[in-house]
Design a protein around this ligand. Sequence first.
Ligand SMILES: [Zn+2]
Length: 228
Amino acid sequence: MLVTFAVTVAPLPSDKPPPFSPIPPPKHIVPVPRDPAPKGLPARPDPTRPGAPGTVCRDPRLIGQAVPDIVEVDRLACGIDDPVKIGWIGSIELAPPIVTGCMTARRVADWLTGVAEPAAERALGARITGMRVMGSYACRRRNNGATSRRSEHGRGRAVDIGGFTLSTGQVVSVKRDWGKDKPGAFLREIWRKACGPFATVLGPDADPYHHDHFHLDTSPRGGAPYCR
Ligand SMILES: [Zn+2]
């Protein structure tokens, strides 16, 4: 994993980074002696230093960088004000990084640290070290349809999640493990508890389009959350 980073991450001009390139681990990473990263995994960042270089949205859990405003002048009115690209949430690496607004990034962090991490420890006896991201900002219509309404992905308010990597090396996949035994129970719990914090929560039970990922968004439409 480290080798991949070293090969693929080139120094970027600071004013205009490409939106979806990997973010290297922040410089303020320090080894955690009592709980070192397993061999082959990226070192854990230090999430306890508020304001340390590399944190964004004034949230010490969110490690990444601000990116220029995304303005797309088209029929869909896509775009994000003050977008951020987040490569790590606490000690969890997002692969690839997500591009969202701050509010959505914070909501994902709340869910990861407050729901998913304790659920993984309880159900699977492991820490979450990585989250597999299948989508974040994208100017497109819902379910990639031709005439459907603009997706919340087009406003930087949605994240698609395909699975998690655990400290044991185990990978929990929405596509493979939904409905199956312990990993399935873990996935169902975190899917259920995303409902409310997120306005829309979709998973494999929703429709064939979501057979391999969770869609979580912070749509501002109001009313009851829509969770399937
Ligand atoms: Zn989605």
